[in-house]
Design a protein around this ligand. Structure first.
Ligand code: AMP
Ligand code: MG
Length: 403
């Protein structure tokens, strides 16, 4: 059985291998959050476009503004003012944050370090050449590439595009992931379940996880635990870039997903991973579509999605597969887990100062969505660890949607 690291690597290798050129679309900078850039974005001028003051204060020649010196203030420059004059020797100019520093000045002294009497400005400490000025062109040269194909657009990347006037961005189309739940007991979330039925919460979490990861969910209805219904709905799902199934991959008599995938000629890369929850996870390819058969217990579905589907979405979007957001935390309370499988336990990490401390939450196993809704991370217990004492350092996998 593969470890989760091996299984992830398998997904990354197989999806990377299949990667062809992606269709692109032009997306407004207002709507492009989470898209992956398909073209370079270049600057149209230098940044900053002028020597920019980073402080409210006085523009000076540093050599003249020694400690205790006095200079006459001739005028003021505010942000946005056109500046064409040079600083006259023996004088200073009052200047605001974001304003252009005039030629001749090579430092800005913070107003807090000066005192003023009429036109006369006294400097309390010596100015250093270059201080509080960002030189023209120091952030980027004209024509420089500032965003590259394959970058996922977050808020800073979008702001950078906006800064250089790139308001229409050529992006990869989001990969479409069909979501198909399975199970005779599952009813749609807006239906009243019978006494022994459950609502289809997995389709809701999966759609949200697909969106968060940068994909476009395509919701198929639920398939009954019958070959004919499963087959018809799986065939529909295979028309998308990937199909994500929940349920029907365990050892039960009515777990028929693998049977149907085999009938349809799927190539299987794995059908079990040494993790709990999530051990029966399946990864296959059928035709041109990748297929993830995730176990149906809601927490299993969520964990296995984050481990295995997210990197596939990255690659299908034209981005490199992102690393797992694993970080270390101090264990807050002793843990006892069975060895043999890596465990992903719903847990809460809290930052005491800068040191994260994590505690596993009480839970009823992989069906317990409420425990995960209280969690902001998974505590990862390696397969070869049994007891772990309080105070030890343990890896945690952040739930990036809430931390
Ligand atoms: P399975 O993987 O099909 O054996 O299902 C495991 C458990 O997850 C069972 O208790 C199912 O009732 C539950 N389950 C399966 N599909 C869903 C779903 N779409 N939403 C919520 N729970 C589900
Ligand atoms: Mg089932």
């Amino acid at each position: 059985m593969l470890t989760y690291e091996q299984a992830r690597r398998t997904v990354i290798e197989e999806v990377a291998k299949a990667k062809g050129p992606r269709a692109t679309a032009t997306i407004s900078v207002w709507d492009a959050l989470g898209f992956v850039l398909a073209e370079e974005v270049k600057t149209e001028r230098e940044y900053p476009p002028f020597h920019r003051s980073t402080r409210d204060g006085y523009a000076v020649r540093a050599a003249e503004a020694s400690a205790g010196a006095t200079l006459r203030c001739l005028t003021e420059i505010k942000a946005g003012d056109t500046v064409t004059h040079s600083l006259v020797a023996g004088t200073c100019v009052q200047i605001m944050t974001g304003a252009a520093v005039p030629d001749g000045a090579d430092a800005v002294v913070m107003i807090e370090h000066t005192s003023r009497d009429g036109d006369s400005v006294r400097f309390e400490r010596a100015a250093q050449p270059g201080q509080n000025i960002v030189p023209r062109g120091s952030e980027a040269q004209r024509g420089e590439t500032i965003l590259s194909p394959g970058m996922r657009l977050g808020y800073a990347e979008l702001a950078l595009a906006a800064q250089v006037g790139a308001t229409q961005l050529c992006c990869g189309r989001k990969p479409r992931l069909a979501i198909l739940s399975t199970g005779d007991e599952v009813v749609s979330v807006d239906q009243q379940p019978g006494a022994f039925q459950i609502r289809n919460s997995n389709s809701v979490s999966l759609a949200a996880q697909v969106r968060l990861a940068g994909g476009e969910p395509v919701l198929l209805s639920n398939a009954a635990d019958r070959i004919d219904d499963l087959r018809a709905k799986i065939e529909r799902g295979l028309k998308e870039d990937a199909l994500v199934l929940s349920g029907g991959v365990s050892m039960g008599k009515y777990d028929l997903v693998e049977t149907v995938l085999k009938e349809l000629g799927a190539e299987f890369y794995f059908d079990a991973v040494a993790i709990r929850p999530g051990k029966p996870a399946v990864f296959a390819k059928c035709g041109d579509a990748f297929v993830f058969g995730l176990p149906g217990n809601p927490v299993s579905t969520m964990v296995t999605f984050d481990l295995f589907v997210v990197p596939a979405i990255d690659l299908l979007s034209g981005a490199p597969a992102r690393d797992l957001p694993l970080v270390e935390a101090r264990l807050g309370a002793v843990l006892n887990e069975k060895q043999g499988l890596a465990h992903f336990l719903p847990a809460r990490v809290e930052w005491r100062g800068t040191t994260p401390e994590v505690k596993a939450l009480p839970w009823q196993g992989s069906g317990d969505i409420a425990a995960l809704a209280r969690a902001n991370c998974y505590l990862v217990v390696a397969a070869d660890r049994g007891q772990i004492s309080a105070g030890e350092t343990v890896p945690i996998l952040l739930r990036k949607d809430v931390v």
